[in-house]
Design a binder for this molecule. Structure first.
Ligand code: THU
Length: 141
């Protein structure tokens, strides 16, 4: 596993935040993550006049992850417009979980945490595999 350079990740998150499109909330967010092969991926929030359609920074980050070659997330940080660490929202914890390597680390408002600490007992791909392998219920194929 590559060593985690938290300072570099924070710098990347701040640079991403400066690209945010947040004219409605005026709350800019930047996110950055280290991938298990050493790449760094990033994203910013992109809002929309149809407010509910706005995209969190983590949405762009997982898009960047896939567009740049996939892999598993090893370490993550997100920041607000002041460059302060913020927590990923609940939906985004789920987004991160999908692509997290086991034990993925997050820099949070209460220190370094694992993905399992910030999203305990997560629902994930394995739950779907288990359901597909199991017996079907009436009406399902
Ligand atoms: N936001 C993110 O980009 N990520 C989060 O994890 C928390 C919230 C954005 C969404 C919206 O554009 C703005 O912050 C205010 O909620």
């Amino acid at each position: 596993m590559t060593d985690i350079d938290w300072d570099e990740l924070r710098r990347t998150a701040v640079a991403a935040m400066q690209r945010a499109y947040a004219p409605y909330s005026r709350y800019r967010v930047g996110a950055a993550a280290l991938v298990d092969d050493g790449r760094v991926v990033a994203g910013c929030n992109v809002e929309n006049a149809s407010y509910g359609v706005g995209l969190c920074a983590e949405c762009a980050l997982v898009g960047d992850l896939h567009m740049s070659g996939g892999g598993r997330l090893a370490a993550f940080v997100c920041v607000n417009g002041e460059g302060e660490t913020i927590m990923p929202c609940g939906r985004c914890r789920q987004l991160l979980y999908e692509f997290a390597q086991p034990g993925m680390l997050l820099q949070t408002v209460s220190g370094i945490r694992t993905i399992d600490e910030v999203l305990p007992d997560a629902f994930g791909p394995r739950d779907l595999e288990a359901a597909q392998a199991g017996p079907t219920t009436q009406g399902e194929r």
